[in-house]
Design a protein around this ligand. Structure first.
Ligand code: FES
Length: 567
């Protein structure tokens, strides 16, 4: 037992005995018995907020964790951190992921706890919590809030937020009325929980489990399902086991577990954002993900989970179909089974015994995948020297090998002003380019899902190649190249693209090239204006000055240890 309890990590008054006496005095004011106050402490990091609809059911979930901790002989201590409700943050939740990570890290380190349960779910929350906990170095376990269940609209099953985009595209094309889209709006997100499809939140939940940082089977249970509360209790009990073993994230997360998580990311057709987050999380432990390795794993991993936006199902279906354990059984021979988990067992030990029942329409067998290969491809080339990403599982294969004319938007404002201009010179075979939407320029919003120009949408065009230094929601789909790195704001070649330039995309060759000769690019580069800082002070200035590019997970340069390549 490595427990220290509530009376360790004392406030420094220059008198340790006085500090202990004072800590005890204030602890007694909580009304807990002296016997309970002497127990090992499990901190419970919560992120409930009226601005975070996804975490609406968190208070009940936290109570279930407390039951688990108490039953196992510990003292549960809940504490709040920053909460990141994806749709309520401006300019973008991504700008505040690192703020939450710093909050979690410092509060876990500063407060007296022997282990911590991280309770969260909305997109940036799980990566922020794990980044913080990885750096804090205390025993930690993730508990996700769970997904929403689906709603109904005119008899059709729907869930946030792939269906949001599908209906919005129909509205933009004039296929449905304003009254209808208003009615759809009320049917998309109807319960507590995170988005119901394989978006970023669901992806990160699956990755937390695949990394070994969460209780087996915990990723998929809906937020309002009784299973979620049982998982909460089990997580509280598992946290007490961590107290006893003293096992920290650095003991659990290894190159093998990161590779397993990558394989799961690809098999689930997971969100592009997840690669940024997994890179940042691994980076906190000094581990790096090589693009070549991602592509090799992608090429050798079939897409097996038929959830939107890749398939037709929702997270509740995945849960009813065995969840992540069913997938891990299906992938068993491709996984590194000696990877450790928070349970104290290896992945191989967890996968002993028969697999759970599974619906083959949701968790597809290896011989009948949705796609024979994984969803993501890391591209490099003259337009993206440090890389770019395409989610081929959500894209149109007929656009994978194309050269097209660039139609450039210089900023989000420029995009909003001109995309629907009837005079915009654009054809379906063109490539829409957005720049100045990267991490330094604007916190890397999910703006990579450029709308199809209204005049093309009205002609029935549903997809075309779009590329940017932005991110894209995990619930979105289309032939969209993201995370072009370096971003335009730090002088990446994206800053040099002009209307009419030819751009070549080859998903087969993993290439993204700007077909403009070097002399011309040098002339354009010399004429680029010097970058102006956008933010003058405070956290936003810190973010702008220290955020790394997407290939380093957009973490802060001062938060990452020296990287070591994964063996
Ligand atoms: Fe919270 Fe989608 S908005 S998970």
């Amino acid at each position: 037992m490595t427990s220290h309890g509530l009376y360790e990590g004392l406030t420094n008054y220059g008198d340790q005995e006085f500090a202990r006496y004072l800590r005890r005095s204030f602890s007694h004011s909580t009304g807990r018995s002296p016997e309970l106050l002497d127990k090992p402490v499990v901190g419970i990091a919560t992120s409930t907020s009226d601005f975070n609809n996804c975490h609406r059911a968190q208070p009940e979930l936290v109570e279930s964790v407390k039951r688990g901790v108490l039953a196992a002989g510990g003292l549960p201590m809940e504490f709040p951190t920053v909460s990141l409700g994806e749709g309520f943050l401006s300019p973008t939740a991504m700008m505040f992921r690192n703020l939450m990570a710093m909050d979690v890290e410092e509060m876990v380190r500063a407060q007296p706890m022997d282990a911590v349960v991280l309770v969260g779910g909305c997109d940036k929350t799980v990566p922020a919590q794990l980044m913080g906990a990885f750096s804090a170095g205390r025993p930690a376990i993730q508990l996700v809030t769970g997904p929403m269940t689906t709603g109904r609209y005119h008899g059709e099953r729907m869930g946030a937020c792939t269906d949001c985009r599908r209906f919005w595209a129909r509205f933009r094309a004039g296929e449905i009325s304003r009254e209808e889209i208003t009615e759809v709006e009320r049917s998309l997100a109807t319960t507590a929980g995170t988005c119901a499809v394989m978006g970023t939140a669901s992806t990160m939940a699956c990755l937390a489990e695949a990394l070994g940082m969460a209780v087996p089977g915990s990723a998929t249970a809906p937020a309002v399902h009784a299973d979620r509360l049982r998982i909460g209790e089990a997580t509280g009990q598992a946290a007490m086991e961590l107290v006893r073993s003293g096992r920290t994230p650095a003991d659990i997360v290894s190159p093998a577990s990161v590779r397993n998580a990558l394989r799961v990311l690809l098999a689930i057709g997971g969100s592009t954002n997840a690669l940024i987050h997994l890179t940042a999380m691994a980076g906190r432990l000094g581990l790096t993900i090589a693009p070549k390795e991602l592509n090799e794993i992608s090429d050798s991993t079939p897409t097996l989970i038929a959830l939107k936006p890749t398939g037709e199902h929702y997270m509740e279906d995945f849960h009813a179909s065995g969840g992540v354990p069913a997938l891990l059984h299906t992938l068993r021979d491709t996984l590194e089974l000696d990877a450790l988990t928070v349970t104290g067992q290896t992945l191989g030990e967890l996968l002993e015994g028969p697999p759970p029942w599974s619906d083959p329409q949701v968790v597809r067998p290896r011989h009948d995948p949705i796609r024979p290969r994984g969803g993501l491809v890391w591209l490099t080339g003259s337009l993206a020297p440090q890389g770019a990403l395409i989610k081929r599982s959500a894209a149109d294969p007929s656009l994978f090998e194309k050269t097209g004319r660039a139609v450039v938007f210089t900023s989000l404002e420029d995009l909003a002003a001109r995309i629907d201009d009837p005079n915009l010179d654009v054809e379906p075979e063109d490539i829409l380019v957005l720049r100045n939407a990267g991490p330094v320029a604007s916190g890397m919003p999910e703006a990579g899902y450029l709308p199809i120009p209204a005049k093309l949408a009205a002609r029935g065009v549903r997809d075309m190649i779009r590329l940017s230094d932005a991110r894209m929601s995990g619930t979105a789909y289309g032939t969209i190249v993201l995370h072009v790195t370096p971003e335009a704001a730090v002088g990446g070649p994206l800053a040099l693209v002009r209307d009419g330039d030819l751009i070549s995309l080859s998903v087969r060759g993993a290439r993204l090239d700007l077909l403009v000769d070097e002399d011309e690019l040098a002339r354009r580069r010399a004429a680029l204006p010097a970058a102006e800082p956008r933010f003058e002070r405070g956290y936003r200035r810190l973010f702008q000055d220290h955020v790394l590019q997407a290939d380093h997970g957009c973490d802060f340069d001062f938060c990452v240890p020296d990287p070591k390549p994964m063996p």
